[in-house]
Design a protein around this ligand. Structure first.
Ligand SMILES: [Zn+2]
Length: 383
């Protein structure tokens, strides 16, 4: 592979607020960032990509997505917008559709959604199971997910299937289902919430997953101020996701831990719910990530730029904080240091914006600003 010079970058953001330079160039060699600097100092290379003054940012890291499913819940969404509350019960609708789908249908759905993420500047996406809820269906969901991402998450504990005893189901999730899921999964997750799994059940699921070599992450404090965040910190989970209803104690616990608070404002947008208090988390010193939570029920978006716009408009994050959370923050939530930034040595995952500055990600909501995407130094999206 030859080296590629990306030149005439109007504004290059390599690693957040302190890492933005004007009139820059970047060299990619063997899929890695080999050089970053002023355009006036760029060394000679084999090939070049002139981005004509556009802004370049790290490829987005979407650290929370549910992409393996079949069916649609557009009608449920419309009903909710007309005033029906979100309870999480709709997950069962998707479970029935997913169980009834062929492998090919599920594969094609994931492929379509992953392509959609790439067109919007995402270069890494985490993919969860959780719409199978049988040994076979969870294993095949993860088998399919693993064809698209190394960041696969076993979410057998998404909801207790209809007609199943909760304790018996937790035993299945921690036993036979885990054994079948483990070869295809990197992470274990649980929906710790009223109506799903309580703290003790969640602890059992995560402990069993950790025992099997999976890293823990958790859906915590989405609908109520439960004990999910405290459990995440207790188990040193990579991430506590949602964090919509937090006590001061929860905020302090996250700030004093290595657990990332992953905020998913697409869910609050699509369920017309209050947004998480991002400022409290940031001001306390917690590490904050932004992700889409792409799923057919409560957040059917694959757009990280949309989530950045929501974070800035609705959660009072600065555009620089939101970009950092959508890139480096997401990487931290996946315990990765090779992605989410464009320092020398990082994987060459970068997104060229059809805009002079990353500020436009929030300034121009809903506008398709992604011009070109390189992943591992290869084009995944060209103009
Ligand atoms: Zn989720």
């Amino acid at each position: 592979m030859t080296s590629l010079l990306v030149t005439n970058i109007g504004e290059l953001t390599t690693h957040g607020p302190q890492g933005t330079v004007q009139h820059a160039s970047l060299i990619i060699d063997e899929g890695r960032v080999a050089w970053v600097g002023a355009k006036s100092h760029q060394p000679p290379t084999d090939a070049r990509l002139d981005v004509e003054g556009r802004a370049v940012v790290p490829g987005f890291v979407d650290s929370h997505a549910h992409l393996v499913f079949a069916g649609s819940r557009a009608v449920e969404f419309a009903a909710r917008m007309a005033g029906e509350p979100y309870t999480g019960g709709g997950i069962r609708t998707t479970v029935a559709a997913t169980r009834g789908a062929t492998d090919q249908t599920l594969h094609d759905n994931v492929a379509r959604l992953v392509a959609e993420t790439q067109r919007q500047g995402t270069t890494t996406v985490e993919i969860k199971s959780g719409y199978g809820l049988t040994v076979e269906d969870e294993a095949r969901s993860l088998r399919i997910a693993a064809q698209f991402s190394p960041e696969t998450t076993y979410l057998g504990a998404h909801v207790v299937p209809d007609g199943t005893d909760p304790d018996a189901y937790v035993r299945l999730v921690c036993g036979e289902m885990l054994d079948a899921a483990r070869p295809h999964a990197k992470w274990v997750d649980v929906f710790c919430e009223r109506g799903a799994f309580d703290v003790d059940q969640a602890r059992a699921v995560l402990a069993a997953g950790m025992q099997a070599g999976l890293g823990p992450r958790i859906h915590a404090n989405q609908l109520t101020e439960g004990g999910g965040v405290q459990l995440a910190v207790e188990l040193q989970a990579a991430s506590a996701d949602h964090c919509t209803h937090l006590s001061t104690k929860d905020v302090d616990a996250l700030a004093g831990s290595q657990t990332v608070a992953t905020l998913l404002p697409g869910a609050e947008f699509s369920t017309r719910s209050p947004y998480p208090d991002a400022r409290a988390l940031l001001d306390a010193g917690a590490t904050v990530a932004l992700a889409t939570d792409c799923n057919p029920g409560s957040s059917y978006t694959t757009s990280m730029p949309f989530c950045i716009a929501l974070a800035v408009r609705e959660m009072r994050m600065t555009p620089a904080e939101a970009l950092w959370s959508a890139t480096t923050g997401g990487a931290r939530a996946l315990r990765r240091d090779d992605i989410g930034h464009l320092s020398v040595g990082a994987r060459a995952d970068l997104t060229v914006l059809d805009a002079p500055s990353f500020l436009h990600l929030a300034y121009r909501p809903g506008v398709p600003l992604v011009h070109t995407v390189l992943r591992n130094g290869e084009f995944t999206c060209t103009p």
